[in-house]
Ligand binder design. Structure first.
Ligand code: PLP
Ligand code: COI
Length: 382
């Protein structure tokens, strides 16, 4: 047992309470499991229905450390700051990866995450692509369990439309000057309650194709969730907002002809003959939402699914288009501006019927309103 845990257990036995910053907490929360030790606490009082996609400090985050060739057990932190060397690898050379998972309160009161094991697997792929030491799947899931259990009062209530966004991230923290992989890593999971990612929510938005900006290259890091891809996309996001669009859609950076994805979400389209089409490319993120929607489209709604290069010329042919991802779920798109052309889809106020059907079904599975026949929901022991 870790000495830190030992000390905090002794403190807990003595029923001591102490303060960190403005918060008062009971040290029994530092136990190896909060089961039985956690006092039942009231849900926080927030305007759940009007939450945006922002960061609110919650009660705890959970961290594990890689040093001397091995990972530590996850430890609970009430403090949201980190203490780092100014020469830490990731600050200068970018060994920094992350994930995004949503946790819901279901209709029957269960607290569940949507397909987190897929995130644990992708996190390993991201680490490998960035020459980082991967977080084992078991450690990832153990840390996730702990952080959600301890922050359960931050899980938005069923029916609020909000969710608890879980952000696992890992960075190379070894102090060094030469460009090389770190031998030390910090893995943290933070949680924060969120509403819709795009302000438009499930209302159709306006997107623009950028033909003079690239997000990721074919043999680069686009397929994984490296922080580098997001700084690369910032110029597009800033320009989109400035010009009155929700986001940018990128094109492949070799031929500048094929649709890639948006800054924070995959591109999906429905054709007039009821096909679900989405780009196949080595430089877009392997989206868990898209993977799930493809399965629902094919197996539950009998649609033909095509994962293939999509030429920008096809924009004129689609019936419905959207962006999908954990944060966005499905964000329907009403218009796409490309050079001097504006392609429009359906009504500006209401998503098309196919995307609505897909959105409603994936939401119903996440919220326990529809049968989870693919076993996608992961239930927390709370
Ligand atoms: N594409 C990018 C660039 C993203 O950041 C995300 C969000 O995670 C997605 C796609 C969607 O992936 P997922 O459905 O796994 O969240
Ligand atoms: C997610 O959908 O979880 C993402 O990570 C997108 C993000 C950049 C907010």
């Amino acid at each position: 047992m870790k000495p830190f845990i030992e000390i905090t257990k002794i403190l807990a036995q003595q029923s001591l309470k102490f303060s960190v910053g403005l918060k008062t907490f009971n040290p029994c929360f530092f136990g190896e499991s909060c089961e039985g030790a956690c006092p039942k606490r009231e849900k926080v009082k927030l305007d759940w229905k009007n939450l945006g996609f922002g960061y609110a400090v919650t009660d705890y985050n959970c961290r594990a450390f890689f040093k001397n060739g091995k990972w530590s057990e996850p430890t609970i932190f009430p403090d949201e700051t980190i203490n780092l060397s100014i020469a830490a690898q990731f600050i200068h050379y970018g060994q920094n990866i992350f994930e995004g998972i949503k946790v819901f309160e279901q209709k029957n009161g269960d607290i569940t995450a949507f397909r987190p094991i897929e995130n644990a697997k992708r996190f390993i792929q991201s680490a490998k692509a960035c020459e980082m030491v991967p977080v084992p799947e078991e450690l990832f899931m153990k840390t996730l369990d702990k952080v959600v259990q301890l922050n359960h009062r931050w899980v938005p209530p069923y029916g609020s439309g909000a969710s608890l966004y879980v952000r696992p991230f890992q960075m190379g923290v070894e102090p060094l000057m030469g460009v090389k992989p770190s031998l030390q890593y910090t893995f943290i999971i933070l949680v924060t309650p969120v509403g819709a990612y795009f302000k438009s929510g499930f209302k159709p938005g306006k997107f623009a194709v950028a033909d003079d900006l690239d997000r990721a290259a074919p043999f680069g890091l686009g397929k994984v969730k490296a922080a580098a891809n997001y700084v690369s996309g910032l110029r597009g996001t800033v320009r989109a907002k400035h010009d009155g669009y929700n986001e940018i859609i990128y094109l492949d950076c070799v031929q500048r002809k094929y649709i890639e994805e948006s800054g924070p979400a995959n591109f999906i389209a429905i054709t007039k003959d009821n096909k679900y089409v989405t780009p196949k490319s080595s430089s877009i993120l392997t989206s868990i939402t898209n993977m799930s929607l493809r399965e629902i489209a094919e197996k539950d709604f009998g649609m033909t699914v095509e994962e293939r290069p999509i030429s920008v010329d096809e924009l004129a042919d689609f019936e419905e288009v959207g962006a999908c991802g954990t944060a966005a779920i499905i964000s329907p798109i009403h218009s796409i501006t490309y050079k001097d052309k504006v392609f429009t889809y359906g009504s500006p106020d209401k998503a098309g019927p196919k995307l609505t059907q897909l959105y409603n079904h994936i939401r119903a599975i996440q919220l326990g309103e529809a049968e989870d026949k693919y076993n996608w929901n992961y239930k927390f022991n709370i």
